[in-house]
Design a protein around this ligand. Structure first.
Ligand code: BG6
Length: 469
């Protein structure tokens, strides 16, 4: 539809950007913090360890001041579970509690709403050793962690996100360093049992949040990419529906409606992977009501029917996956790609938003969106990242159109506020508005520089999205 009658973005639109603890903080095994799975994994060859990252732990005041200068209304960051509970449960690390308390206060000093993710890919290693999410106990461990967060920060934090990209944890855990399949005979059974426990934990935490913090808002944060069929062949449509169910709707149907998607259920049945469900589980699921849908969007996905029963492949967050006889990844010839091979699809962003809104009718908050690129610091201290501005502009345009079409959009938090370490491609894959002067292995002076996108985003926020030039 051509749109000529545009609506403005709401006055209280939450402009901001995102980070995650293990990718930005550094100080990963100091100040009382215990190891997470990210701290013990073997990092991909040629990429940095996660011990320093952007050193946000020591630079947070300077970094939040820069976010305030851009005019942020919100800042999405995650809390490292092992900074609060070094072993995942048991003894609390007061220094960790104080650190996030200071970060929250620093945000509030500038009227920036803290938007807190409780769990972003960094399961405590001590819990991993015990069997991670496969154990029933993991549900209470997460609820206990959440309770500590609500007790300590509930007076100041109004917006909460439960689990970052639970679908990526299930589908691409081997790429992001969260999946341990040692000794596992049926990977589907394990992954979807873990998933069932995470879904229960999430539902309980959403309920707890509403009980403990009146007025607080909480939602999930999956990575949602609408799946296109590779052609108009009916079988390709079926394949796209399969992957849409497995990749997207399982997570949101469960978070919002508390029920398993029937296509996913069938897929699990075929793999002898129906999770063990205890009496009362589905009641718990039905009681966890999100106030909004937080979601990360980088690109759409395209699949075709898998005639040849191709071998299964997990791919990374945005592509390359295949399930024999279910769907097969297809490279979309209509889309450009980033320097790191991810497809770029702003129209698909709106298509994804439309589809989600028509299914769930909840307010929506973009919790990630952005372009990873090889930025260059010039001799005069500039970073000319016009390619990033172009990417963000085109996506914000689509948000405005979606709002004109009647979608309730709460805000936009691209990835990332500041350069940080990518999940598997190092710091050279930069996403930030703020450049951090370090290389993959040379830490240099860690100085912060404002990229061209910094000044552009400041103007976008100042005009509430009216001036995108
Ligand atoms: C999302 C994650 O999958 O994408 C982030 O929530 C991640 O943690 C971001 O950094 C970009 O992915 P990558 O692999 O380029 O770091």
């Amino acid at each position: 539809m051509f749109i000529t009658k545009n609506k403005k973005l709401p006055e209280n639109f939450l402009w901001g950007a995102s980070t995650s603890a293990y990718q930005v903080e550094g100080a990963n095994l100091t100040h009382g913090k215990g190891p997470s799975v990210q701290d013990v994994k073997t990092v991909p060859e040629g990429t940095s360890e996660l011990d320093v990252c952007a050193d946000f732990y020591h630079h947070y005041k300077e970094d939040i001041a820069l976010m305030a200068e851009m005019g942020f209304k919100t800042f999405r960051f995650s809390i490292a579970w092992t900074r609060i509970l070094p072993k995942g449960s048991g003894e609390i690390n007061q220094e960790g509690i104080d650190f996030y308390s200071d970060v929250i206060d620093e945000c509030l000093k500038y009227n920036i709403e803290p938007l807190v993710t409780m769990f972003h890919f960094d399961l405590p290693y001590e819990l991993e050793k015990k069997g991670a999410w496969t154990r029933r106990e993991s549900i209470d461990e997460f609820v206990n962690f959440a309770k500590i967060l609500f007790e300590n920060y509930g007076d100041r934090v109004k917006y909460w996100l439960t689990i970052n990209e639970q679908n990526v944890l299930t589908l691409s855990g081997d790429v992001i360093g969260t999946c341990n399949l040692e000794g596992v005979s049926n990977k589907y059974k394990k992954l979807y049992q873990d998933n069932h426990h995470m879904l229960l934990a999430q539902a309980k935490v959403m309920k707890l949040c509403h009980e403990m913090i009146p007025g607080a808002k909480i939602g999930p944060a999956p990575n949602i990419s609408l799946v296109y069929p590779a052609s108009c062949k009916p079988k390709d449509i079926l394949a796209a529906q399969n992957f849409n169910a497995i990749r997207n709707w399982l997570y949101l149907d469960m978070a919002v409606w508390g029920r398993y998607n029937n296509l996913v259920w069938k897929f699990l049945e075929e793999h002898d992977a129906i999770p063990d469900i205890e009496e009362g589980d589905m009641d718990i699921m039905a009681q966890g009501h999100p106030d909004f849908i937080g979601f990360n969007y980088y690109s759409t996905a395209t699949v075709e029917w898998d005639e040849a029963n191709t071998e299964a492949a997990s791919g990374d967050q945005q592509g390359g996956s295949c399930e024999p006889g279910v769907y097969k990844s297809f490279s979309n010839p209509n889309l450009l790609r980033s320097e790191f091979g991810w497809e770029i699809d702003p129209d698909g962003f709106r298509a994804t938003v439309r589809e989600m809104y028509s299914r769930y009718h909840l307010p929506m908050l973009v919790t990630e969106n952005g372009l990873g690129a090889y930025d260059k610091l010039t001799e005069d201290g500039k970073i000319h990242d016009d390619y990033r501005i172009d990417y963000l502009r085109k996506h914000i345009e689509q948000i405005k159109l979606a709002v004109s079409e009647g979608v309730d959009m709460m805000g936009y938090c691209p990835w990332s506020a500041i350069d940080l370490i990518s999940t598997h491609e190092g710091i050279v894959k930069r996403y930030g508005f703020i450049y951090v002067n370090r290389d993959e292995f040379d830490l240099k002076d860690m100085a912060r520089y404002k990229k061209d996108s910094f000044y552009w985003y400041k103007k976008v926020i100042e005009t509430n999205g009216e001036d995108l030039s």
